[in-house]
Design a protein around this ligand. Sequence first.
Ligand SMILES: *Cc1c(COP(=O)(O)O)cnc(C)c1O
Length: 394
Amino acid sequence: MKTGTIPQMRTLIAHAGRDPHQNHGVVNPPVYHASTILKPTLAELEESRKPDFDGYRYGRRGTPTSRSFEEAVAALYGADDAIAVSSGLAAICCAILSQVSAGDHILLADNVYFPTRKFAAGFLQRFGVESSYFDPMKPEQLAEHIRPETKVVYLEAPGTMTFEIPDIPKLAEIAHQHNATVIMDNTWATALYFNALEHGVDIVVEAVTKYICGHSDIMMGAIASRTAHAGAIRDMVYMQGNCSGPDDLYLAQRGIRTMAVRLAQNGETALTLAKWLQDRPEVDRVLHPALPSCPGHDLWKRDFTGSSGLFAFVLKPVAKSALAAFLDGLEFYGMGASWGGYESLILPGDPAAARTATKWDEPGQLLRIHAGLEDEADLIADLEAGFERMAALI
Ligand SMILES: *Cc1c(COP(=O)(O)O)cnc(C)c1O
């Protein structure tokens, strides 16, 4: 891009990280399959071994294909650097590992993605890094949980499965007063709806698997940060031997180009479904940041610029057979992990099993919906037929 001004988000989404005239005018960046990268002379080989060399030296350490994707992600976040890794979970683990050593402590919001908790308990613990949990909706209590050895405050917003929105700038401010690095999982909003780095977050991680990819067919993660943390993150990713395949990187950069239109539709459909569910007698609560009944709704309005396609609702208690009747006959909602694609999904969840600092004591079943790009009327009719099957069994 040649203009002197910083382009608006949708323009960045279309153009960042691409340079067609470096590649015969072809619109999309080419796919480089590479392990060995040859240097023609001893001098150039030696140059490529210097720590600050920023060309290409080995497939695992980056190719024009990975760089093109990473430049686009960095531009969307206004970050100094972004790095692609093999999955969203790898992004979380590498980001945390880049900041801690044996004897340190990390503090995690109680509503984080469950595998993040498993990594803290099953991996960090073994190498002498302690972890504990806090209620992200009570920022006034954060300071009490911070220890002298706390190096990271880790957030996810909205909360996994439960969708509350915490006061991220306030939590970040308190963490920074205690010299802790703030890492945030921003998979739900993406850079499009929440620029974490502009709200006090130091390192943002995203499961590219979800919205950036958008088609449920690759696994990838990204970590974006400012210069202060970028070197440590890149070093950790290299030391872990973590890298992504060229075809997946290509699909991920292609996914970026349609994010704005896809997420607008995912978001609009999700809100339509959420409002419809809110009025159903079978439903106890709807958990969607853009609805006033959601904890942190005002903070969502203050800090976020949109809502994506994932939300949840809680059924009034019913027998398992009635729940199965509702779910088993759904025509357009697939049942399975992950989300962010063009297709709708539904998944039962149990937040109580993954909380230690807060309580989830809703008696009914929580169901998480991902709104895809199907026609809203069909998605509503499908749920309505499900409620009828359920009613027949009550
Ligand atoms: C799916 C997900 C991840 C992990 O991404 P993978 O690519 O599946 O490893 C991390 N955080 C959130 C919020 C997710 O939904």
